[in-house]
Design a protein around this ligand. Structure first.
Ligand code: GAL
Length: 416
């Protein structure tokens, strides 16, 4: 094993090609990166492996946020046929790791010094019992707003700093006959908006107490009711066809100037870039008003499934490629996220990417970096799904904010 890794690391690309083609199998990779921007980013990884002579069997499972992908994964594992590598988030990785289903990547991690360069917040989700079990690709964050610059300019709207500014901007767009907020009504998207809205309504301590500590009093508080009331305002300012819409189609509404804003993680930037749009000129990125000092993050990782006790050559090559500094920049430039290593130079990233890196470092050092509830980094899947159910039912008018608060307390206490 070590010899294989050394071979990959020390030989030139051409020599490595002849070595790896002799033994490596294809990698079969299960993932949910099916939008234009996501697919463009994934191509960076596929091409990287191709140069090492490793083939790629694609196993895409559409559905933003990965809910459907995780269902397909469970079926594959139950059938005794796990893929080589699987895109996964936060607590899902820990679940599989705790079940003993994942390969131990420690030899490779030690050789490449992952401990020294991957931030602790990510290591927390990449290791079980001191063993590296997955390879972090990036850091995304969910408390962003994406705006069409000409729409804002034409309506005299400056970047909103507070919730009240945001309300005023939305009212201005509505009065001008433009859909203020582009949104896709799927549970994970409602929850993505809720991450930022709750943080903005209650601040960082509130967010942590509610979604990370799962404190009953906080979940049932008046501040939580305020968060739900703000969700009602957002619901009132999306278009009539929002139900079931994919997130990237909502992004397209902002790209085309049909809508002013989208609240979405920074994978949305991948769609703008894929459409040839330039940050600061065609579109604006800014933190959800009232969360300028906070970052709610999620990090995509590839977990490697155990294939009989050893890390296969292709798994090692995939993990090594993912963690390499050049890949981290090349990939994240396209994906919209920022690198999962602290030692890479971000000057090649665009303005939004550079702001993302700066915000992440500042939030980490000021204690303002929190796992995203919507994207599996605040609480295990059972709790996340319970929150999804309540947020979505409320968003779709099944009950009012007061009832939503009571439902949330109940649902979380049953799920945790
Ligand atoms: C997130 C994932 C991102 C992006 C998004 C929409 O959970 O971390 O990489 O793909 O879903 O599909």
């Amino acid at each position: 094993m070590n010899k294989v890794i050394r071979t990959i690391k020390l030989t030139t690309a051409a020599a490595a090609f002849s070595v790896t083609t002799a033994h490596a199998e294809d990698v079969e990779v299960l993932h949910w990166w099916t939008s234009g921007g996501e697919a463009a980013a994934l191509n960076v990884l596929k091409q990287d492996l191709e140069t090492q002579g490793i083939g790629w069997q694609d196993m895409p499972v559409a559905g933003g946020g990965g809910t459907e992908a995780m269902t397909v994964l469970r079926a594959r594992v139950t059938a005794g046929d796990p893929p080589t590598a699987v895109q996964a988030l936060g607590f899902d990785i820990l679940d599989w790791g705790n079940q003993g289903a994942l390969a131990n990547l420690n030899d490779l991690a030690a050789q490449e010094g992952w401990d020294e360069v991957v931030p602790e917040a990510l290591q927390f989700f990449a290791k079980v019992d001191g063993k590296w079990i997955s390879a972090p690709v990036n850091v995304h964050s969910t408390n962003w707003v994406w705006a069409n610059k000409s729409v804002l300019d034409a309506n005299g709207i400056a970047v909103p700093e507070t919730w009240e500014d945001f309300v005023a901007a939305v009212e201005t767009l509505k009065a001008a006959g433009i859909t203020p907020i582009a949104h896709g009504g799927q549970a994970w998207q409602d929850a993505t908006v809720f991450d930022a809205v709750a943080m903005s309504a209650g601040g960082p301590e509130f967010y942590k107490a509610a979604f990370i500590d799962l404190d009953e009093e906080t979940l049932g508080s008046d501040t939580m009711k305020e968060a739900f009331d703000r969700m009602t305002f957002i619901r009132d300012n999306v278009d009539d066809n929002f139900s079931g819409r994919d997130w990237n189609l909502a992004t397209a509404m902002v790209i085309n100037g049909e809508a002013g804003f989208q609240m979405m993680g920074d994978w949305a930037k991948g769609e703008f870039l894929n459409a040839g749009k330039v940050p600061g000129e065609d579109f604006l990125c800014f933190r959800f008003p009232g969360t300028q000092d906070q970052v709610t993050f999620n990090a995509d990782q590839f977990m490697m499934f155990d294939q009989g006790g050893t890390v296969s050559q292709e798994q090692a090559a995939l993990a090594s490629a993912i963690l390499s500094p050049s890949f981290q920049i090349a990939f994240n430039k396209v994906k919209g996220s920022v690198p999962a290593r602290t030692d890479v130079d971000g000057s090649e990233l665009d303005a939004c990417g550079q702001q993302g890196m700066k915000d992440l470092a500042a939030a980490a050092s000021s204690g303002n970096l929190f796992g995203s509830m919507a994207h599996g980094h605040a609480a295990p899947a059972s709790v996340k799904n319970a929150v999804y159910d309540v947020v979505t039912a409320h968003f779709n008018g099944e009950y009012d904010s007061e009832t939503a608060v009571l439902e949330l307390v109940d649902a979380v206490s049953i799920a945790k």
